[in-house]
Design a protein around this ligand. Structure first.
Ligand code: FES
Ligand code: FES
Length: 161
């Protein structure tokens, strides 16, 4: 089995390890780096549960081969926290009851984080569009959208959709 040496940044810390060439980023994060906050759902790029930020962009880590992250920057949900303090998006998810089983939540929040970085005051339609690739079996999405809009705070007019 071909193994490759890779180094990348995970939540601000440099990681260097040898990985099989076919190993996914998802499994490297969970099994080799202990980043169990990254969840596996479908394992084939459909559900968005395994979303992480790669160089700031949300990606399905089950679709990324680990050697492709060499020299790049990976952020998981844990990387949004400041020590023990939750990120405002996490606070909003708690306050709005936007997490039930919580399985989709890490990927959902990272997708929302990327959206708010690009559009600090999105419309409800923007939020729905952004999280369209993140499936949730529990919440019905309304509370998730409410939480993301609450984390964004007041700003540009919303579309009221
Ligand atoms: S586990 Fe990666 S998209 Fe579903
Ligand atoms: S809270 Fe259970 S899948 Fe979303």
């Amino acid at each position: 089995m071909t193994e490759l040496a890779i180094a990348f940044t995970l939540n601000g810390e440099r990681r260097a390890l040898r990985v099989p060439a076919h190993r996914t980023l998802l499994h490297v994060l969970r099994d080799d780096c202990g980043a169990v906050e990254v969840k596996e759902g479908c394992g084939e790029g459909v559900c968005g549960t395994c979303t992480v930020l790669l160089d700031g962009e949300p990606v399905s880590s089950c679709l990324v081969l680990a050697p492709r992250v060499a020299g790049r920057d990976v952020v998981t949900l844990r990387g949004l926290c400041e020590g023990d303090a939750l990120h405002p998006l996490q606070e909003a998810f708690v306050a709005h009851g936007a997490a039930q089983c919580g399985f989709c939540t890490p990927g959902m929040i990272l997708t929302a984080y990327a959206l708010l970085r690009e559009r600090p005051h999105p419309t409800r339609a923007d939020v729905r569009r952004a999280i369209a690739g993140n499936l949730c079996r529990c919440t019905g999405y309304t509370k998730i959208v409410d939480a993301i809009l609450a984390a964004a705070g007041p700003g540009e007019p919303r579309d009221g959709a």
